[in-house]
Design a protein around this ligand. Structure first.
Ligand code: R5P
Length: 300
């Protein structure tokens, strides 16, 4: 009998399948039913008694709906005798509401953390968490894993194929929040410099950048690294600025492709030459958007 069993609800089915295969684990079967009044019933159809359960599910798109389904699935497997439950939330919805930025606002991310704590799983893991403070919101053991390795592998190939010397590459943090991410990537490629851009948000969903020192980016291949692509506003504004400042080309690596409506067109029409995201959020994407796979970073 296999002792490890891997589940997913709706966001990460392909990743769950690959992980199950990699570890020769069972792929769990879940049923999701709706009652006439809209209430939902989620349960495991697989036998989990005495097994180590891993659930992989990003709280993307309908974050609140998925969150509740997750809680029910966890309850189902625990009541059915699972030996342990590990929860991967590859993209952590609500992570950008990690602080109060104006009067009367909730810290929604902390509310989500408190809700997940009630599920009493053994460990919660995510990738490239928006802000490290979020770890403190949890009582459950919590870890954020880095996807830097995936981007390093991607750019090693890209540089070789495009005959790029790393001395001509500048790693760009599109705001102060991505500085550490940019630093990690820059360290992996000898000779690259790192530049942090100054971003302003005059109103929600609108991003603007202040001027950059032209000497740092002129004739360079600029790689912007960010955690999330949502409206695409941050990247398009940064790319416009870099091109205006003389950059030779602008590439993007982002951990989580949220891609809100209209963002894909906006990005594809922008001066960006290459976009790569991970599959923390699974969805069909145009062929111009490249995808790296988080499955290899997941352990049972
Ligand atoms: C902001 O703090 C994040 O790190 C991302 O830069 C931001 O969420 C991207 O959003 P958008 O694509 O809407 O500019």
């Amino acid at each position: 009998m296999k002792k490890n069993i891997v589940f997913s609800l709706q966001s990460n089915q392909a990743v769950a399948e690959k992980v199950a295969k990699k570890f020769n684990a069972e792929l769990g079967v879940v049923s999701i039913d709706n009652f006439a009044d809209g209430e939902v019933l989620v349960k495991s159809l697989s036998d989990v008694k005495g097994k180590d359960v891993t659930i992989i599910e990003s709280t993307a798109k309908n974050a609140h709906e998925i969150l509740f389904q997750l809680l029910l699935l966890i309850d189902s497997v625990k009541r059915s005798g699972a030996r342990s439950v590990k929860l991967y939330v590859p993209y952590f919805g609500y992570s950008r509401q990690e602080r109060v930025s104006w009067f009367n606002e909730p810290v929604s991310c902390e509310v989500v953390a408190k809700i997940l704590d009630t599920a009493e799983v053994d460990e919660i893991l995510t990738f490239d968490l928006h802000h490290p403070i979020i770890e403190n919101f949890f009582k459950t053991p919590f870890r954020s894993l880095s996807t830097t390795k995936l981007f390093v592998d991607y750019y090693k190939k890209y540089f070789a194929e495009h005959h790029i010397d790393t001395k001509d590459v500048v790693i760009i943090s599109p705001d102060h929040g991505s500085n550490t991410r940019a630093e990690l990537l820059s360290k992996e490629f000898e000779g690259t410099k790192k530049v942090i851009l100054d971003k302003r948000r005059p109103k929600p969903n609108l991003a603007e950048h202040l001027e950059v020192n032209v000497d740092e980016v002129k004739d360079k291949i600029c790689i912007i690294i960010d955690d999330i692509i949502d409206t695409g506003g941050t990247l398009v504004s940064a790319a416009d600025l870099l091109i205006r400042s003389g950059a030779k080309s602008v590439l993007v690596a982002a951990s989580h492709g949220v891609f809100s409506p209209n963002s894909l067109n906006r990005l594809l029409e922008s001066p960006l030459d290459d976009i790569v995201v991970t599959n923390t959020i699974e969805r069909r994407l145009p062929k111009e958007i490249h995808i790296t796979d988080i499955s290899e970073l997941i352990e049972l």
